[in-house]
Design a protein around this ligand. Structure first.
Ligand SMILES: [Zn+2]
Length: 140
């Protein structure tokens, strides 16, 4: 990720504050000003490409990826084509996902039943975390 600078006071201590329309939103730690990075740098673009392709391989639909990441499903389709990604066909399990903040994630992980009989992947998503979970061992 590129370093963001507050456009109001030029302070460099900024924190991630959600995603709007596929763009990372930031909050300045000094003056509290909220801003998004106007022109996405190539490195930020790549961040979303990788996340989108991860989700695609996990069997999540284009529309769902659009909803999760805030990038258009057309972009995701183009990336899949561009990088020649092939997701395995005929899933006999369907992944579910949750988007949690850090506190919620810690609570979720503290419960042992959330971790048993399941496969799970945790990925950073802006200032939050996403758990992709699939219960692939349940019906076998
Ligand atoms: Zn500021």
């Amino acid at each position: 990720m590129e370093k963001a600078i507050c456009p109001k006071c030029e302070h460099t201590k900024v924190v991630k504050s959600g995603i709007i329309g596929g763009r990372q939103r930031f909050k300045c730690k000094k003056c509290g000003y909220h801003f998004t990075v106007n022109k996405l740098g190539k490195s930020i673009d790549k961040y979303y490409v990788v996340k989108a392709l991860q989700l695609y391989i996990e069997g999540i639909s284009y529309r769902e990826i659009e909803r999760i990441l805030g990038v258009s499903h057309v972009s995701v389709m183009n990336w899949v084509k561009q990088y020649k990604i092939k997701a395995p066909e005929n899933y006999d399990y369907r992944p579910t996902y949750k988007v949690l903040n850090h506190t919620e994630l810690v609570k979720f992980m503290a419960q042992k039943e959330n971790l048993t009989d399941t496969g799970m992947l945790i990925t950073e998503l802006g200032d939050k975390f996403m758990i992709i979970k699939w219960e692939r061992f349940k019906n076998r």
